[in-house]
Design a protein around this ligand. Sequence first.
Ligand code: BTN
Length: 250
Amino acid sequence: MSADCYQQLDDVLIFDSVTSTNDQLWQRLEQGLNSPAVCLSEHQTAGRGRRGDQWQSPPAGNLYLSLFWPFPANTLQNGLSIAIGIGLINTLKAYGIKDLQLKWPNDILVNRHKLAGILVESRYGNQQNTVIGVGLNFKLPTATRDKIQQPTTSLQQLCTDVPCRNQLAGHLIQNMIETLTLFQARGLQDFVPLWSQYDALHDTAIQLVSDDATITVKAQGIDENGALRYEHQNQIHTLSHSHVSIRFAS
Ligand code: BTN
């Protein structure tokens, strides 16, 4: 991580085991944390994903990383997870990892297998306190893989030489800080044109699964706010809330 980025961090917390690295940062916030900080752990006992899912977090050398970022009160956060996802892909690409794609809003996939997930949590007050959690699979023991309801992959499966985890963590944190700084200044505008080159869903039949119904639609990229565009019954619609689960239809 560059000295410039390191200096922006109030704290770097490293643990053997926590409930969730996101929770650790929220607890620090309650104790007065007010500037960017990072938390990493070898193991999470209650790692969480989007839509209340569990994030399997065995002590197997994976990356469980969270970054706290206090945005000013008037920041428009639409599409933040998209900006972070594009940034993370760029860092992973620099390590020679190929065929990386993003599944809206923020799963990092290789050949439709999930390599990493991003969880953005925000609490609004005088400022928009935001914790961005990243789970990146280095190694997935079979027992863990069996518990995950979707195809997964890991750096161990993808790379002949698995990157050094500490070095990669440093680069990912640096990239997240740069992404957040750019996003805070300019919003999503610099990221939207990059989406199509990583879009795992482009022009693909997908299922939108909500509590009430499942519909099959065709994905059509994102709009300027980072909402998913999709075609259904010959009309273009957008989806901005992420409590809908998205599956490949075939
Ligand atoms: C998802 O794909 O559903 C998002 C997964 C995010 C997992 C990471 S691991 C580090 C941080 N701590 C958590 O409890 N969750 C995030």
